[in-house]
Ligand binder design. Sequence first.
Ligand SMILES: NC(=O)c1ccc[n+]([C@@H]2O[C@H](COP(=O)([O-])OP(=O)(O)OC[C@H]3O[C@@H](n4cnc5c(N)ncnc54)[C@H](O)[C@@H]3O)[C@@H](O)[C@H]2O)c1
Length: 249
Amino acid sequence: MKHLQNRRAVITGAASGIGAAIAHAYADAGARLLLCDRDATRLATTIEECRARGAQAQACVADVGTREGAQAGVDACLEAFGGIDILVNNAGMLTQAPCVELTYEMWEEMLRVDLTSVFVASQRALPHMLAQGWGRIINIASQLGIKGGAELAHYAAAKAGVIGFSKSLALEVSKHNVLVNAIAPGPIETPLVDGISQAWKTAKARELPLGRFGRADEVAPIAVLLASEPGGNLFVGQTLGPNAGDVMP
Ligand SMILES: NC(=O)c1ccc[n+]([C@@H]2O[C@H](COP(=O)([O-])OP(=O)(O)OC[C@H]3O[C@@H](n4cnc5c(N)ncnc54)[C@H](O)[C@@H]3O)[C@@H](O)[C@H]2O)c1
């Protein structure tokens, strides 16, 4: 029996990086997948990869930065599989500017994509999870939501919001066996950090206790654990930190 056999899972931001790695790991664990991203081309590749691993996988092309787009993945899962068991809110973006130069538009977009989408998708999924007495919501935050990041005030604020939202929702719904947790990765080598200079990355890797950035496939098993029984049963409102030792709360 696989850990997530027949579980119906929505994963946002599944076309790349950590989201794609979670999709692969969920496919291997036996889940049925509704994969959501705004990048239709790369999403189709992840879908093919998951099907090649033997999983049922459907695509939902949507922008989670809009209310309708954030609801779309859950709605598509209900339509395709008749329900939803697991929601992984992973889609995220990265822009960078000193706070004095951060425009209102940059701030507002970051909050919409990285934080509001988590609320909207979770709220859409919750009635179904509560009615069936089983659900897992896994929100991908960032260690920067704990430690902050220079020139990343909007990103760190959104990710701190994700952690606060996850704890609060966990308090509300865990008695109904709907468990909500966050994963707060440290630096992971994905396209998200492509824009950051190699010099900065080398210096950052040197300061990490582990001495290197993580890989997406080293984060994905945590999302499997949190959705598994019995391994995930006792995690409620936690923030798990695959961060190579950068933050030790
Ligand atoms: N890479 C890191 O170092 C790191 C560290 C901590 C947290 N994270 C978080 O992990 C998550 C995944 O990031 P990643 O590193 O895999 O990045 P990535 O850029 O490889 O993947 C992000 C995916 O999200 C999708 N996406 C972005 N905005 C979207 C939108 N509005 N609607 C729909 N899809 C959208 C992108 O198309 C992409 O496929 C993000 O929430 C990110 O903040 C990443």
